[in-house]
Design a protein around this ligand. Structure first.
Ligand code: CA
Length: 177
């Protein structure tokens, strides 16, 4: 089950969307302020963030930057602002999609599904131009030359890539493997 962090300060919209997404089999952590959202983001394993732009304690864009610095998970903006420069600002901070209120719920569902699918596909492949790893087929090549890796080595590489911004200690790696 995928977990969505919903950060929206309009109470009725927040509650309505929470019910709705739960019916679609998502686990929803809902928050009304950036401070609450930040706490949840640090504690829970969030797969996708639905983020309002104007929140009581700041602009969603700042929180989006914070999220993207820590983990590369999809962020979809929900916003009443529909001016072009707002949309561009949303994408500049790394947002994956931008939905203008009022929106149709089935459309939101499709956008969430698409963002999650893209994230999953990205997670299964790594390519920095030199090292190419396909975690689905378990193939790897360095500078065009294929590498023979063991399943444990694939798991280890996947873990390191997924946590590229974190220092992984030996103990942490052993725990996760
Ligand atoms: Ca708002």
């Amino acid at each position: 089950m995928k977990t969505i962090l919903l950060l929206e300060d309009e109470r009725a919209l927040n509650l309505g969307l929470t019910c709705d997404l739960e019916l679609e089999n998502y686990r929803v952590c809902s928050a009304f302020t950036i401070a609450q959202g930040r706490r949840i983001f640090r504690k829970e394993k969030i797969d996708l963030v639905l983020l309002d732009r104007s929140l009581p304690d700041g602009d969603g864009i700042l929180f989006c930057r914070e999220i993207k610095k820590e983990r590369n998970i999809p962020v979809i903006f929900l916003t009443a602002r529909d001016m072009e420069e707002d949309e561009i600002a949303g994408f500049d901070c790394g947002a994956d999609d931008y939905i203008t209120k009022p929106f149709k719920v089935p459309i939101l569902h499709r956008r969430i599904q698409a963002a999650l699918r893209r994230a999953e596909a990205e997670e299964l492949c790594y390519d920095d131009g030199h090292l190419v790893i396909d975690f689905k087929r378990l193939t790897a090549a360095l500078g065009g030359k294929s590498l023979a890796l063991t399943p444990t080595e694939y798991r280890l590489l996947r873990l390191l890539i997924a946590n590229e911004k974190t220092v992984m200690t030996k103990r942490l790696l052993l725990e996760k493997l």
